[in-house]
Ligand binder design. Structure first.
Ligand code: FFO
Ligand code: ATP
Length: 213
């Protein structure tokens, strides 16, 4: 049995998920597209491009593939591919509630997976856990964010587990940047209720600017 405060947080998260799902569904497709493009441009110009220069020309970028009314990631993914980065995309392994990474060279090779989320096709090489330490930046999905690195997702814990796996294989060297693309409407004024297992983001890309944490 979890203690009362853990149950409280869990109930607050459930309520926030519901509220933010509704709020996000009310953003028009045009606004979502415009905001996604602007946020992606900012990510490229302010972070990816300088990082590429400092890390020898080619990055290993993990990026979720958007579905439903999430901020669209294909703009950013295409830019990374054009710049010669290695783009890693996740496949949902629902039985184990985990993500498996695959290297993508062409967005046309994505196929519909669990819940209709576009995922790597069979021709995309698997990126083993042992190589997670080589990832430079991780772009994660989320339903809502605060300005202090707090994030809430769909509630499967997929990304918490993934980030934990990355930390467990990190031995020496650089820690990957954890970031999200977000619509303005997804940023809440206060703080997201966070639990011990929840990771924090390093930066948020929005249409009107970046938020560094
Ligand atoms: N693009 C993207 N990929 C992602 C996530 C995400 O948020 N965005 N996830 C981040 O964690 C994981 C998938 N999480 C999901 C959780 C629930 C549902 C879903 O459709 N649930 C049903 C509820 C019924 C059921 O339990 O099956 C629904 O909403 O109708 C979809 C995805 C991994 N991949
Ligand atoms: N590292 C972990 N190991 C095992 N279980 C975990 C871990 N992280 C989260 N969980 C479990 O996953 C469930 C969902 O977690 P949480 O509410 O934080 O999801 P979320 O961050 O909103 O979802 P997601 O990461 O899929 O977007 C919780 O029941 C939690 O106990």
């Amino acid at each position: 049995m979890r203690d009362t405060s853990a149950q409280d947080i869990s109930a607050q998260k459930k309520e926030l998920r519901h509220k933010m799902t509704v709020i996000r569904s009310h953003v028009s497709a045009a606004s979502r597209r415009d905001q996604s493009i602007a946020a992606s441009l900012l990510a490229e110009n302010e972070v990816l491009s300088p990082l590429r220069k400092s890390r020898g020309g080619r990055l290993n970028v993990f990026c979720y593939v958007s579905f439903r009314d999430e901020p669209e990631t294909l703009h950013l993914i295409r830019t990374c591919l054009e710049r010669g980065d290695r783009v890693l995309v996740p496949k949902v392994i629902s039985e184990e509630r985990k993500l498996e990474l695959h290297e993508m060279n062409d967005v046309n090779d994505l196929i519909p997976g669990v819940w209709g989320i576009p995922e790597p096709g069979d021709n995309m090489p698997h990126w083993p856990t042992a190589r997670y330490a080589e990832i430079d930046i991780i772009i994660v999905p989320g339903l809502a964010y605060d300005r202090y690195g707090g994030r809430i997702g769909f509630g499967g814990g997929y990304y918490d587990r993934f980030i934990e796996q990355i930390s467990s294989v990190k031995s020496t060297g650089l820690i990957p940047i954890k970031a999200s693309l977000t619509l303005e409407e997804q940023i809440i004024p206060g703080r997201i209720p966070m639990e011990e297992h929840d990771f924090r983001l390093d930066m948020l890309f929005t249409a009107s600017g970046m938020i560094y944490i």
